[in-house]
Structure formats: structure tokens, C-alpha cells
Design a protein around this ligand. Structure first.
Ligand SMILES: [Zn+2]
Length: 329
């Protein structure tokens, strides 16, 4: 994959290309940002470009060097993956030794450390010197979804490039290219919150099932005898269910947003849930705009708090009780 094929993160790509044009790619880099947004692809593409035999500001993906890096057989490019939740001290020692050796066949040595937040203290310490004063021909890229978990002494020695989630529309386009219908693409893109990798992994049937379940829960909030279903599901949440909580809330939020759209006579072509148009229309007729806006704002708040790793059970309980009050709005 070349820079031109990587989705999203235009700013990061621009910075890297500029650095490549000027021949001044930083030797110690942190690629930080959420999962599934292409950090590892970007790191590998940078490694390929630094060693490419035909191009200078992108990888050609065809020369022997690019191919060897893609197949993991290039002796100057090493990817360490923290499979055991920990990059082993021996690996970082090896890295440290190799970092000072001139590249064997390529132009630059590149070390990519995945899940760098799992570097334990001895490993991190052993890297400090090489991160501080790497040889010109060596680049070390620390890839992490939690840059704040890297020790400050490592962070201060590296230049950090911050990656962002991939835009919803861009994910939609990629999914449509992969033979999903525009309607399915819209629904999937909504669910994954900018995580392109997850979008490409999702199975349409599983998503359908999750949507149906989310709708049942949503509808139950207004039903006298079933209103506690939501709390039973998310109030005292076991961890497995917690994982789904964010996705269900995203869906709730999309339901309410669609109900507002329909209530205000908006264009149904703009619905996030075109497959639910009938039930959304029916539900929206009994809601006041004030209540819809109130619940929408609540969900928005909840999703922001969720990102901060707040107690999900407590958030669910608070949402539930606010929802009850808004019923009379
Ligand atoms: Zn090449």
C-alpha cells in the first residue's frame, strides 16, 4: 500500500511527504491515534518509501525493496509486534544493537514497534539512548493507540504524529467500492466511529442483528412493562456487554437524529437508517421536538463520557433516569 492508497489522515500524509521531499524524515517517531485508522500501514509505507528504488516521496510497491518489505523479508526493516502484551527486553536489545549498523541492502534501517504502549520499563529504558541520538540511517517508529501511556522520557525524544478517525463519508466510499450497497455502507460507516479496519471486518448479517437489537432496546424505553430492559442490559454491565454499549448508543443517537429529520420534514434520502424508515416515522409522531433534542443531547454527552472511560453502568443508569424525565418534555 502506497501513501496514495491510504485512506484519511491527509495531514499526517502531507507532513510525511514534505519531510521525504526535503530528505528530513525524523529518526524517532510516534504514530499515535485510535485503532483501525491506518497507523501501521502508514509506518510500513514510510519504511518502503525510505528504501524504494524507483520513487522518493511514495512507495512504488513493485521494486524488489518494496516487495521484500511487504512480505516481511527485508533485512533492514523490522516490525516488532507486542503479541504477549509486552515487547521483550531481548528484542529491544537486538534493536539497539542493529540500529547502529549500516543498512545491509537498503538505504535506511527502519524499526516499527507496534502497540508501543506495552513497552515495559526496562525495554523503554534500553531504547532511550538510540531514540535520543539515532544514526542518520536509522528510523524508529513507535505505533500506539495510547501515546499517553508511553513513558515521558520516550515521548520527549520522539516527534509525535497524531492520527485521527477516518471520516464517515470516506469510509462509505471505500465500502461502496467493496460492493456494499450505498445503504449498507452508510449504516456500517455510522457504527464504526472512524475505525476503517473494523468497517472492513464487519459482516452485514451481524450488523443487522445488532441494529434490530438496538431498536428493541430503544423502543422498550417507552414501553411501560419493558422499560427496564435497557438497565438490565447495561446498568450493571459485565465486560462483554460493555463493549457493545458504545455501538448501541451510537445507534440510539442515529435513531433520534433520524426521528428529528423526519419530524422536521427533512429529505428521507438523508436518513442514517433508511432501512428503519417506517418505524422511525411512526415513533417520531409521538415525540415532541423538545424531547428529541433533549435525548439527542444526552446521548451526545454519554458518548463523549464513554470515550473518557467513565463507569458505563453509572452512565447507563443516568441516561435511563434522564430519559424518563424527558418523556414529559
Ligand atoms: Zn519501490
Amino acid at each position: 500500500m502506497a501513501f496514495k492508497d491510504i485512506a484519511g489522515n491527509v495531514r499526517v500524509r502531507r507532513i510525511l511527504k514534505l519531510a521525504l521531499e526535503r530528505g528530513r524524515v525524523p529518526n524517532s517517531l510516534i504514530f499515535g491515534g485510535p485503532d483501525g485508522v491506518g497507523k501501521s500501514d502508514m509506518a510500513l509505507t514510510l519504511a518502503k518509501t525510505l528504501n524504494c528504488r524507483t520513487l522518493t516521496t511514495d512507495s512504488c510497491d513493485e521494486c524488489p525493496s518494496c516487495r521484500a518489505i511487504d512480505s516481511g523479508t527485508h533485512p533492514d526493516v523490522m516490525v516488532l509486534t507486542a503479541e504477549v502484551r509486552d515487547v521483550k527486553i531481548e528484542q529491544t536489545r537486538l534493536l539497539k544493537q542493529m540500529a547502529y549498523l549500516r543498512p545491509m541492502i537498503g538505504k535506511r534501517r527502519v524499526f516499527i514497534i507496534e502497540e508501543a504502549e506495552n513497552l515495559n520499563e526496562p525495554s523503554a529504558n534500553s531504547l532511550l539512548k538510540v531514540l535520543e541520538e539515532p544514526p542518520d540511517f536509522t528510523h524508529i517508529i513507535l505505533v500506539t493507540a495510547s501515546p499517553h501511556r508511553l513513558v515521558p522520557t520516550i515521548r520527549s525524544r520522539c516527534q509525535t504524529l497524531a492520527f485521527s478517525p477516518i471520516g464517515r463519508e470516506e469510509i462509505e466510499e471505500i465500502l461502496i467500492d467493496r460492493e456494499f450497497s450505498p445503504e449498507q455502507a452508510r449504516i456500517l460507516a455510522l457504527l464504526v466511529e472512524g475505525n476503517l479496519e473494523r468497517a472492513l471486518d464487519l459482516e452485514w448479517d451481524a450488523v443487522r442483528a445488532l441494529k434490530d437489537e438496538a431498536w428493541d432496546l430503544f423502543a422498550s424505553l417507552d414501553s411501560a412493562d419493558r422499560s427496564c430492559l435497557f438497565l438490565e442490559r447495561f446498568g450493571a454491565v459485565p465486560k462483554a456487554v460493555q463493549e457493545e454499549f458504545g455501538g448501541v448508543l451510537e445507534l440510539f443517537s442515529s435513531f433520534v437524529r433520524d426521528m428529528l429529520l423526519l419530524r422536521e420534514g427533512g429529505d428521507p434520502a438523508l436518513l442514517l437508517n433508511p432501512d428503519f424508515e417506517d418505524r422511525l416515522r411512526e415513533a417520531s409522531s409521538s415525540w415532541s421536538a423538545r424531547r428529541l433534542l433533549g435525548v439527542f443531547a444526552d446521548l451526545d454527552y454519554l458518548l463523549v463520557e464513554l470515550d473518557k472511560n467513565m463507569n458505563k453502568g453509572l452512565l447507563a443508569t443516568t441516561f435511563f433516569s434522564n430519559y424518563g424525565e424527558l418523556r414529559h418534555a
